[in-house]
Write a protein that binds this ligand. Structure first.
Ligand SMILES: Cc1cc2nc3c(=O)[nH]c(=O)nc-3n(C[C@H](O)[C@H](O)[C@H](O)COP(=O)(O)OP(=O)(O)OC[C@H]3O[C@@H](n4cnc5c(N)ncnc54)[C@H](O)[C@@H]3O)c2cc1C
Length: 479
């Protein structure tokens, strides 16, 4: 890049683009902690430029600049993903999209909202509520994660039990390709919306989305069950799915997860296996049927109901599952997608890890659950930390063995691609990447194949050795 045209860009962006290493350094990590030496050894982490567009026109200018200078672009929003999805690994420009924020329009007749990509879910919900509307679904990271970020990831979270995947609620998205070409993608056409959903920013920048929203519900009902085991927890979810009214949300936490919360001073219910909570919303008249069905579930499974306060609190705290991180110093997590019917099998495998692992999950659509397996470690003890990190491979392997897969791809989960994605859909995605981004400038180094320095066989061998080492050295047994 020449100093001259960079100065021009700065002028056009009103200073919202910088090459200051201090400022670009804010974008060199995400929710997960990986030892710096390992990351530096394998990738060129960090961007030469950090840009904070505040309008679609800003994005256009930045994309044109990147195109003219053959520069990579890493879209970044809330930064709540954990597999380096939004961390630049090939230099270039990191584009922080959180400045494109807010509700553009709400069509109350049709029940659709057009929203800027960088809008945080919680903020959007507040705006919609003021208009008498509400979101169909949102991720449990809603406080910080954004509309464009969730569309670019898996799109399953709170509300998906009732409404399915967020990708299917989207009517259209405005996308800008690395070439600068832009268009509205919808269900039809040679470059349909589905092509861009869940592609982790590797095909285009999504600047705004139009999607379904609904009028505020009249009433809500929350109920928590004390399930003695994973088998019973899965049975409750199965019955809830098949009940007369679908719950808006279902989530569960195992005893270890509750113990971790208790250690921090929170009051938790006495539950030996799993605390399972169902949340219904809808017409006031429907709530009596939901209550009656909860009683049917209780009778058929023989479980105890927790107090109404517990159920209400579980709902209120649904966006704060990460609060146990404060017990730290580090909270390691493997997030997986699992058929709910295999929860018990998965749980048994995780509990064999010789590591205290807490299990927390949300129901998604299609009888699947988004499960977070979390455990404590200390990243300041770099060598020992590597042993702890390797345990996430065992959790991901357990999910794959149970018919599930790791959540998201980014960089780190590319090593599981062959085992977790069907070859036809992977080939299709690679073909689209070559067609829409032939110079490989949109979020390169992610999603499609493992990095050269991290072939799956070598990764597997290193994790196997580390896990064997953990056993011998008894790492993690007392935590
Ligand atoms: C506590 C916690 C709870 C979570 N709960 C859920 C959950 O319920 N469901 C779930 O699916 N995930 C969940 N996640 C994972 C994560 O929060 C989600 O995937 C979230 O949607 C990411 O959004 P973000 O705005 O933070 O995106 P980022 O992390 O900034 O980016 C994610 C990916 O999307 C790309 N991207 C972002 N914005 C755009 C855009 N406008 N155009 C093109 N590409 C873009 C980035 O390049 C990156 O590859 C959770 C994470 C945490 C920490």
């Amino acid at each position: 890049m020449t100093a001259e045209n960079f100065d021009l860009l700065k002028e056009k962006l009103n200073g919202r683009v910088t090459d200051d290493p201090f400022e670009t350094s804010f974008y060199t990590r995400d929710m997960a902690s990986f030892p710096g030496f390992l990351v530096k050894l394998m990738f060129r982490v960090g961007a030469e430029l950090a840009a904070r567009p505040q309008s679609e026109e800003d994005v256009r200018q930045l994309v044109a600049y990147a195109r003219d200078n053959h520069m990579a672009i890493t879209p970044r929003a809330g930064g709540t993903s954990a597999y380096m999805n939004a961390v630049p690994v090939s230099g270039g420009m990191v584009m922080d999209l959180t400045g494109l924020s807010g509700l553009i329009r709400l069509d109350k007749e049709r029940g659709v909202a057009e929203v800027w990509c960088g809008t945080a879910w919680s903020a959007l919900e507040k705006d919609l509520n003021r208009e008498g509307f509400t979101l169909c679904s949102y991720p449990s990271s809603a406080v910080s994660s954004t509309v464009g970020g969730w569309f670019s990831m898996e799109g399953q979270g709170i509300g998906s039990m009732a409404w399915g995947c967020f990708h299917d609620l989207v009517e259209s998205a405005h996308v800008i390709l690395a070439s600068g070409e832009e268009f509205d993608a919808d269900a039809a056409g040679p470059r349909p919306l589905s092509l861009f959903a869940g592609k982790e920013g590797t095909l285009a920048i999504v600047t705004r989305l139009t999607f379904k929203v609904v009028p505020l519900a009249e009433a809500a009902y929350h109920v928590s069950f004390a399930a003695p085991s994973a088998i019973v927890a899965a049975k409750i979810m199965d019955m809830a799915e098949k009940g007369p009214v679908k719950p808006f949300n279902g989530h569960f936490a195992d005893r270890t997860c509750l113990d971790f919360q208790k250690r921090m001073g929170y009051e938790v219910p006495e539950v030996s296996g799993f605390l399972v909570t169902l949340s219904y919303r809808g017409a006031a008249a429907d709530m009596a049927a939901c209550r009656a069905y909860a009683e049917t579930i209780r009778l058929k499974t023989g479980v105890r109901l927790c107090s109404d306060e517990t159920a209400a609190e579980e709902w209120e705290e649904r966006l704060y599952s990460l609060r146990i991180k404060r017990n730290g110093p580090t909270l390691l997590a493997a997030e997986v997608i699992l058929p709910m019917a295999r929860l018990n099998d998965f749980y048994g495998r995780v509990k064999k890890l010789r590591q205290r692992v807490s299990v927390y999950g949300h129901m998604m659509s299609g009888q699947q659950a988004n499960v977070m397996a979390q455990y404590y470690a200390d990243e300041s003890q770099t060598l020992r930390y590597l042993f702890y990190l390797a345990k996430t491979k065992k959790i991901n392997d357990a999910a794959i063995a149970c018919g599930g897969r790791p959540y998201g791809t980014g960089v780190w989960n590319t090593v599981y691609l062959k085992r977790s994605r069907d070859p036809a859909s992977l080939a299709e995605a690679r073909e689209a990447k070559e067609r829409l981004d032939p110079e490989n400038r949109m979020n390169p180094g992610k999603f499609y194949r493992p990095p050269k320095l991290m072939p799956p066989a070598l990764f597997g061998l290193a994790c196997f050795a580390a896990n064997l080492g953990s056993r011998v050295l008894r790492i993690g047994r007392r935590r």
